[in-house]
Design a protein around this ligand. Structure first.
Ligand code: SF4
Ligand code: SF4
Length: 255
């Protein structure tokens, strides 16, 4: 399915990307509140006591979301994504991660394997505590929690500053892998979901889509080959909004 010519106005796209970046940065600023809900160590700790924490529930919801929206979470709402968008002001170099893209898979296996092992050792999950290790739902309410948060921020910082654009997403993030698995399951079955669609005949080879892509993908090549599915694509719509010819668009369809 091709994006409709003229369906992309000149003003709305810029606004969409501004709103997207604002959402991401807001999500990062909220991290002291939300940290416990995306923290793998806290999910593992809770699981080892047979507790399904708020974080585990959030992960389950993210997985279900990925069955329809792929990695949209990474593009619009992830706090670590927000932090990395800020760091592009310091190091906005495109990431040609190559084999480093694959590093996140063994990391995912290690982290999610630990969660599964913790559940197994506890004899299963026996209770739900949505606000586990929070004070009235707020994640950082004591000095120990700050240490965990700052440690995580420092870790993401190293990746983003050394590697470039979204270096942490490319090489380390286990949540990215979970969403990629959700997307693969969806692609296997083929129910309707959010996609990118390309119209190669409209492409004038200006390269603006590739320049804009926060995941450093060769979007121009993807359009030319009409092969818009890519595990590293976070469906941010940057290419959709950058293309002056309307050669890339969002689509909702099966298969
Ligand atoms: S290919 Fe387009 S939608 Fe996907 S990450 Fe790159 S700019 Fe965003
Ligand atoms: S921005 Fe549009 S016209 Fe330019 S290379 Fe990308 S798809 Fe082609």
């Amino acid at each position: 399915m091709e994006p409709e010519r003229g369906s992309i106005s000149r003003n709305r796209p810029a606004l969409r990307q501004r709103v997207r970046i604002a959402l991401l940065i807001f999500s990062f600023v909220l991290m002291p509140v939300t940290f416990a809900y995306v923290s793998c160590p806290l999910i593992t700790e809770g699981a080892s006591q047979g507790i399904a924490t708020g974080g585990l529930v959030v992960f389950a919801l993210l997985f279900v979301g990925s069955l329809f929206f792929g990695r949209l979470w990474c593009g619009y709402l992830c706090p670590a994504g927000g932090l990395q968008e800020i760091y592009t002001l310091v190091n906005g170099r495109p990431v040609t991660a190559g084999w480093l893209n694959y590093l996140k898979y063994p990391i995912f296996l290690g982290i999610f394997g630990s969660i599964a092992l913790a559940v197994y050792s506890a004899g299963g999950l026996s209770t739900i505590d949505l606000f586990y290790q929070t004070g009235n739902g707020i994640s950082v309410d004591r000095p120990g929690a700050y240490a965990l948060l700052y440690g995580q921020i420092a870790f993401i910082t190293v990746f983003a500053l050394l590697a470039g654009r979204r270096g942490f997403c490319h090489s380390f993030c286990p949540i990215a892998v979970m969403l990629i698995i959700g997307r693969k399951v969806r692609n296997l079955v083929g129910w309707p979901a959010l996609h990118l669609a390309a119209a190669p005949d409209r492409c004038v080879d200006c390269g603006k889509c590739s320049e804009t892509c926060p995941m450093s993908l060769d979007v121009r090549g993807m359009v030319r080959e009409r092969r818009m599915e890519n595990t590293e694509c976070i469906l941010c719509g940057g290419c959709v909004d950058a293309c002056p010819e309307g050669a890339v668009g969002y689509a909702w369809r099966g298969r």
